[in-house]
Design a protein around this ligand. Structure first.
Ligand code: AP5
Length: 215
């Protein structure tokens, strides 16, 4: 099974992708995570991407499609994939079709998470992760059980993304509305789009997605 999780910044794509990995043994391919790793490692892709990401703009279609192609090549043919944050433009949607067809894969579902703008800003500006294992937390919705200590690995340092500030979030939303939302009709014509209320709590969204996948 191959699915796309679509939605504006902070809609919960990464959160739900992690649940799908746990519940369905699927693999999450997040272009945002891949680009952040490239920035951290200082690779040529990372050097090109850093300023663009910090400004909340989109990295070039060629770069992200190449990352996805390479990642698909490392997977077994029968491993289910969750595309998280890809495709984000019409050219990326076209590239994904080619990448899948040439690997004898097809798309089963496109799930769009809908969330109010005010909630998105609150979610993004409250988000932080463990610097050790990457476990995600939130100032309001998910604090570590013991203050200052990661529930998962016990690490005591946490970090916030440089693009999680109000100004950059506005730009990221503009990019979503202008370039990503317009690709939905491509998939609607094929009857594979389902919209989920991303305002519901995480477990309710998880259950809704499980229903869509028939599990
Ligand atoms: P990317 O990393 O993809 O960021 P994004 O799309 O802006 O999405 P986020 O990761 O911010 O949010 P999310 O929907 O995953 O929400 P999350 O689950 O974390 O991209 C970053 C940048 O990389 C882009 O701006 C661009 O520059 C570049 N890039 C990436 N892909 C690209 C591409 N294909 N083409 C070109 N450029 C690309 O949840 C957010 C918070 O809310 C968390 O704290 C979470 O705990 C909380 N939360 C989640 N669900 C709920 C819920 N139901 N109720 C309450 N809280 C919730």
């Amino acid at each position: 099974m191959n699915i796309i999780l679509l939605g504006p910044p902070g809609a919960g794509k990464g959160t739900q992708a992690q649940f799908l990995v746990a519940d369905h043994s699927m693999v999450q391919l997040s272009t945002g995570d891949m680009l952040r790793s490239a920035v951290k490692e200082g690779t040529p892709v990372g050097l090109k991407a850093k300023a663009i990401m910090d400004a909340g703009e989109l990295v070039s279609d060629e770069i992200v499609s190449a990352l996805i192609g390479d990642a698909l090549d490392r997977l077994d043919a029968d491993t289910g994939v969750i595309f998280d944050g890809y495709p984000r433009t019409a050219p990326q949607a076209a590239s994904l079709e080619e990448l899948l067809a040439s690997r004898h894969r097809s798309l089963n579902h496109v799930i769009e998470l809908n969330v109010d703008v005010d909630a998105l800003i609150e979610r993004i500006t409250g988000r932080f992760t463990c610097a050790g294992c990457g476990e995600g937390y939130h100032n309001i919705y998910k604090m570590p059980e013991s203050e200052g200590v990661c529930d998962k690995c016990g690490h005591t340092e946490f970090k916030r993304r440089p693009d999680d500030n109000a100004e950059t979030v506005r730009k990221r939303m503009e990019e979503y509305r202008g370039k990503t939302a317009p690709i939905l009709p491509i998939y609607e014509e094929r009857g594979i789009v389902t919209r989920v209320d991303g305002m519901a709590d995480m477990e309710t969204v998880r259950a809704e997605i499980a229903k869509i996948l028939g599990s």
